[in-house]
Every structure is written in C-alpha cells, then in structure tokens.
Ligand binder design. Sequence first.
Ligand code: VG1
Ligand code: CO
Length: 541
Amino acid sequence: MTVETVQSAPIEGQKPGTSGLRKKTRIFMQPHYLENFVQSIFNAIGGAAGKRFVVGGDGRYFNKEAIQTILRMAAANGAHEVLVGTEGLLSTPAASHLIRLNKTNGGIILSASHNPGGIDEDFGVKFNTPNGGPAPEAVTARMFEASKVLDSYVTLSTPDLDLGTPGKLRLGDMVVRVVDPVSDYRDLMAKLFDFEAMRGLLAGGFTLCFDAMHAVTGPYAKTILEGDLGAPEGSVINAVPLPDFGGGHPDPNPIWAKPLMDLMMSGDAPDFGAASDGDGDRNMIVGRGAYVTPSDSLAVLAANAHLAPGYADGLAGVARSMPTSGAADRVADALGIASFETPTGWKFFGNLLDAGKATICGEESAGTGSDHVREKDGLWAVLLWLNILAVRKQSVAEILDDHWTRYGRNYYSRHDFEAVPSDKAHQLMDRLAGMLADLPGQTFGELTVSKADEFSYLDPVDGSSSHNQGLRIWFDGGARAVLRLSGTGTEGATIRVYFEQYQDAPSGASTEAVLRPLREAVLTLGAFEHIVGRTTPGVVT
Ligand code: VG1
Ligand code: CO
C-alpha cells in the first residue's frame, strides 16, 4: 500500500459555523473540497498518526462516498483505527457516545442536520473532540487556519470497503471496525431510563407516534420504541433513512413536521407525538392537542428529570443557549441549582458538562441533552418525556399546565427571515448594534426598552470568551427579543428573531396574541420593512 500525496491549494471559505462546515452538496463534491477540509482537520489536531476515530453520518446524499474518502485519508495519515457505523450511518448523539465509550481521539460526523439533503441541497462535516462534543471555537479556528495554508493531502488508491455488516476490516495498516449504529446507544438509554415502567405505560394503552422524517433516527426509534418498549409496529413512521429525506426538510418543528402536528391536533391523536431531525440530535415533543415549545420542554425535563433512574440524584445545573427562553432558569432557581446562559451551538455546553457544572442543557431550536453524551440528543429527550409520563401518569397537556401554574409561563416564538441578501442582513444587524446604547427609555408601540446589549460569553471553565453572539433587547413588563444571524445556512443570510414574554400568571391567550406588541416593536426598531423589505418571516417556530 503506497500513500499518495495529492497536490492541492487552499480553498476559500472552509470556516466552520455554528455546527461544522456546511455547504451545498455540489460544493463538497468538487475536486479536493472534502479532502482539503479533512486534511485540515487532521493538521489542526496535530496529525492522525496512531490515533483512533469514529466516523459516521446521517445517510444523506454523498454520505457513502464521503465516508470512503475519509477512511482512505485517515489510513494514509497513519490513523490506527476507525470505528464506522454500518453503511456509514451514525446519529450524531450515537457518534458522540461511541467516541466516549471507546475513548477515541475524536470523530468526524457527516451531516447538515436539519437542512435538506440531495445533490442540490446541503452537506456538512464536523469534527468532535475526545470528550465526544463538537470542537470548541479554538479548535475550529485552527482547522480554518490550516485550510488557508494547505498545499497537499494524503490518501490511498484502494477500492471502496464494504461497510454493510459489522466486523473488522483493514485499510492499509489501519483497522476499520464496522459497528452496529444502534446497539451501544440503546444500552446507554436502557441505563438512564426505566424501560420497565415505560413498557407498562405502553402496555396500558398509551399510544405514540414518532416521526423519524426519513432520517437517521428511524433504526434507533424502531429498536427502542417498538422493540424494547413494545410500542405497536407502525408507531415509528418514516423510519427508513433516505438520501434526500423523502424530499422534505428533516427539521422537527410544526412547519416541517406538519403531518405529525396535524395528527396530534386531530380527533385521532395518539397520547404522544415526537419527531427528530436529519442527524437525530433534535427533537419535537407534542402531546394530544398540546405542542411543547423546545424552551418549555427543557424546563419541564429539568423539573422532572429526577423521576428517571439516570437522574435520580438530581441535577448539578441547567444550561441553555442565550436565545432560549428563561423558563429553565426558573426551574433551576426553584431547585437551588446553577443555571448558565451560553452562545448558540452545542459546542459551548461541552466545558460545563465536562466540569460537572451542568447536567441538562437545551436550545430553543429543538435541542435538548444531558451529560450522557456531548451532543444534543433527540431520542433521549423523547425517552425522558416518556419516562416522566410513565411515572406521573398525566397527559402532556396536564404536565405543561401544572408547570406554568407553578413557574409562570415564558411565551415564546422564533421568526426566521431566510435567504436575505447578506449585505442587507448585515446592514440591519449593524444598524441595530449601533443603536443599542440609546435604546433604553425609548418606546416602540406599547413597549418601552429597559435594557439592550450585544451578548458576549465568558466560559466559566476555561476562561475563553466569545463575542458578537447576538443582540438582546429587554422591555418593561418581562419581554425580551434577541436577534442574530444564523451560522448554519448555505444560501444568503438568515436573520433569526426570538420573541419572549414572561407572565407570572399565564393569561391563556394565544402565543401569537401575547407576543404581538413585542413583534411590532422589534420590526419597527429593526427597520425590517425598510432594509430587507419584509416583515413576514418565512418560518415561524
Ligand atoms: C442552528 C440553531 C442552533 C443549533 C444549530 C445546530 O444554528 O439555531 O441552536 O445549535 O443550528 O443544530 P444557527 O446558527 O443556524 O442559528 V443541528 O441540529 O444543525 O446540529
Ligand atoms: Co441536528
């Protein structure tokens, strides 16, 4: 076996965003594009020689080819062993678990998560560090720097490996261990949750529908929900991962999981509905007639986690990303535990989890997880909900009502303005950033600004700081708006606007009605109409 050195040159724009490098699939398929980035990863971590990695992806278009390329490059770079899921499939949380379980030097995960898949859609590559979590900013910065000076990469010219069945293969001097993507993850879930109680719940007639959205969670949900817990066959729908996710966005929210939402709001609704995203790290939870916002879900899980065996000793702390509503903070206060507010993106939770400062973390974008892995984990959230439902013997709606009565309610909604020309989006954000200091005391419609700032984060564990993490505007009467630009898009810019209104004694009015004055104030002060020519978002979640 001879290692081939391929001459290349730096490719512009290989800068990882909120969650790895995401580009149009055709860009990743260009000569040297993927190879340059993979070599930059290895170069940024001091080489791959003698190291062990996990590699897998969500099965989207180009997953198979990319896995083969990465395996060859890992072997050519001298890696000792790579663990890869059967057919190259691994959910993001399962990959995180395998990295930790096998004490590897990290892993490469192929996914553009909730973005659609296909030759004309999106692809992504992300490196996770030995703790199982997404590379922190210092590491992604080194990857980007490495990409700017790259002049060659190494690979092998070997035929594709057959990754169809678990077993041990060799590629040059490197061992390739093909592993079942589900089994170790399943064992971890069985340790954390009371499967017996959950089996009892389902045997007692409790019904559920889990929409895997033709993405990677299908096999996991089938094994655990239908296999281990005894949900009737057919409880998991769209369970076969497809390279184009059946043509939809594998994004578990009321817009993209509309058929499930419609079912849950209908007379035929099962007791519990859930969905997960392309790579299995996100979740949507919906009870019969009761959608649970991700921010509320985080708060409910934090308040009730002790009902599951894995969390019976209580939580060390709760962490949420800055745009996520403050509902979880209220639970932390009541429990007398710490709460943390981090920038958007799971990589910022890693240090808190490693240091034992936080046990449960969450983001408003349908991500919840705990210290069991270092990624958000869609199916984990579903199982924790089911465990809580099995113990409390109440409906999702009753649990939510009870929660709001006790803690008050943070009405919440996110509006996305997608595919905005980049210059316009920056113009809007820069203008607003420049106005922040003068906003307090000014009134917009019914609301008066009480405070405004640009969010910076000082990591309490390693002392690193991250700036420009979003604009925050608070108003008298418990309202808050956050504006930031997405770091996962592949076309133009996406402006995300997050609205939140706290009510101590929830009025019961619709979220739309409660948030209207806030929305109007923010659209006015942000000059949306004038700068981007739009006041209606493309997606509301
Ligand atoms: C979005 C979400 C963020 C999430 C990220 C990755 O980022 O807002 O909360 O961590 O996607 O999720 P952005 O920068 O577009 O707002 V996933 O499921 O792609 O791993
Ligand atoms: Co995801």
